[in-house]
Design a protein around this ligand. Structure first.
Ligand code: HEM
Length: 144
């Protein structure tokens, strides 16, 4: 179980780091700089490469190892249900970041830096809330 938990924490850290880096990358790297950007072979952009080769695999591995921990523990606690609901929102945030990367490839002026910073801020708050729920394990029985 400890191995699952350790791997879970490693992969969720990669997932969270990539999900925060990508909107900031889109906010701060202007399209005109892309000519200077080392675009990996066969990739439309470095952002797409980071999304498909780091963020998404880390997400899948974090979810698989988290499920492994859950099955190994075999108990459902109310705080874990809230945590998993918040994780579902994080998955939607992942899809939103993917949509933003595709948007940038189609249109250099999209998404606007303000949108990128807002998305990064929202994702950061969501991640902090998830970590708080799993570490503080608040009594949310009355809420459910
Ligand atoms: C479907 C996805 C996920 C599942 C099924 C899952 C499940 C779990 C379970 C069962 C534990 C053990 C909790 C305990 O009893 O202490 C755990 C630990 C943890 N999870 Fe997840 N998790 C998922 C995704 C995430 C995500 C996305 C994050 C962060 C953004 C996260 C952060 C953590 C942390 C920090 C711990 C370690 C808590 C400790 O040190 O005790 N998890 N997870």
């Amino acid at each position: 179980m400890l191995w699952f938990l350790t791997l879970h924490i490693i992969f969720l850290l990669f997932w969270c780091a990539a999900l925060l880096y990508l909107p900031l990358y889109l906010a701060l790297v202007e399209r005109r700089d892309l000519a200077l950007e080392l675009i990996p072979e066969g990739q439309a952009s470095l952002a797409r490469f980071l999304l498909t080769h780091i963020a998404t695999p880390a997400a899948l591995l974090a979810i698989m190892t988290g499920t492994g921990v859950f099955l190994a523990q075999g108990r459902v606690e109310p705080w874990l249900i809230v945590k998993l609901a918040l994780v579902a929102l994080l998955v939607l945030g992942h899809a939103l970041v993917g949509w933003m990367v595709l948007g940038r490839e189609r249109d250099p002026d999209r998404p606007a830096p303000a949108v990128c910073w807002t998305v990064a801020g929202g994702l950061c708050l969501l991640m902090l809330l998830i970590v708080w729920f799993v570490l503080a394990k608040p009594d949310v029985e009355g809420l459910l």
